[in-house]
Design a protein around this ligand. Structure first.
Ligand code: PLP
Length: 247
């Protein structure tokens, strides 16, 4: 997994480590950036040196088998290029990409260059990207989810799981768009409220399912139930959004 450090412990690498571990996998965490952040918002982010990321990826890959890769905040375009090179040397690993652009509180986690690098070079290598509503609108350049997903698929994405967690309505609807004629939808009761790190948790849980040999559909169902349970037991660790309990 490649993600940033959120020192509030709600999102980023800690969310990934906790979700993946709870689902029975061993995480190999590679940090892409350090953020200044609390449970309300992100106030700054500093990327890790891309060469260091390259060396870490090579080092862990030479040591241990990798059954899935989850990406979150990626720091900068140079880190995307390092990851793209690495994936070229390790074909066949399922890659689940959470295209992190902004924190729930509005703080930026990606600049234009990073967004373009993800779109042009990383998305075509991922088996699934998991944008929330805001990310889908920005990346697909349309407020209409079907239209935005179609544009991303035309741009080279293999599948787009549009997550509905940040919307309103009694149910959360997650929709998987791919090259099949009809999208697939998953519905789950909405708990209500905003939580810190739900997108990270969902994508990491999907990657854990894929690493364990589940199909994409089964991994999505398992991950959705995992996030629901984590939200139901969310912890009020700070003054902002509660943190999902992934323990
Ligand atoms: N990754 C890092 C390091 C973050 O700090 C954040 C947000 O706050 C995210 C990812 C995005 O989290 P999510 O998509 O779960 O809202």
């Amino acid at each position: 997994m490649l993600s940033g450090l959120d020192p509030s412990g709600g999102a980023g690498i800690q969310a990934d480590i906790q979700a993946v571990t709870a689902l029975g996998c061993h995480p190999l965490p590679v940090l892409t950036c350090l953020t200044v952040q609390d449970t309300t918002n992100v106030y700054g982010a500093e990327p890790v040196d891309a060469e260091l990321v390259r060396r870490q990826l090579a080092c862990v890959a030479a040591d241990a088998p990798i059954h899935a890769i989850k990406t979150g905040a990626l720091g900068n375009a140079a880190i995307v290029d390092v990851l793209v090179d690495f994936l070229g040397q390790q074909p066949g690993i399922p890659v689940i990409t959470d295209p992190v652009i902004k924190a729930a509180g509005g703080g930026d986690l990606a600049d234009e260059e990073l967004i373009e690098a993800m779109k042009q070079r990383l998305f075509p290598l991922a088996e699934m990207i998991t944008p929330n509503g805001i990310e889908l609108t920005m990346l697909g350049d349309s407020p209409n989810p079907e239209e935005a997903a179609r544009r991303l698929l035309e741009g080279g994405c293999k599948s787009v799981l549009a997550t509905g967690g940040h919307g309103t309505g009694e149910h959360i609807i997650n929709t998987l768009f791919n090259h099949a004629p009809k999208p697939l939808t998953w519905e789950i009761e909405r708990v209500g409220g905003e939580y810190h790190g739900t997108g990270c948790t969902l994508a990491a849980a999907i990657a854990a399912g894929r690493a364990g040999g589940l199909s994409q559909r089964a991994a999505i169902s398992q991950a959705q139930n995992f996030v629901n349970r984590a939200i139901l037991h969310a912890l009020d660790v700070g003054k902002g959004q509660p943190v999902p309990d992934r323990g």
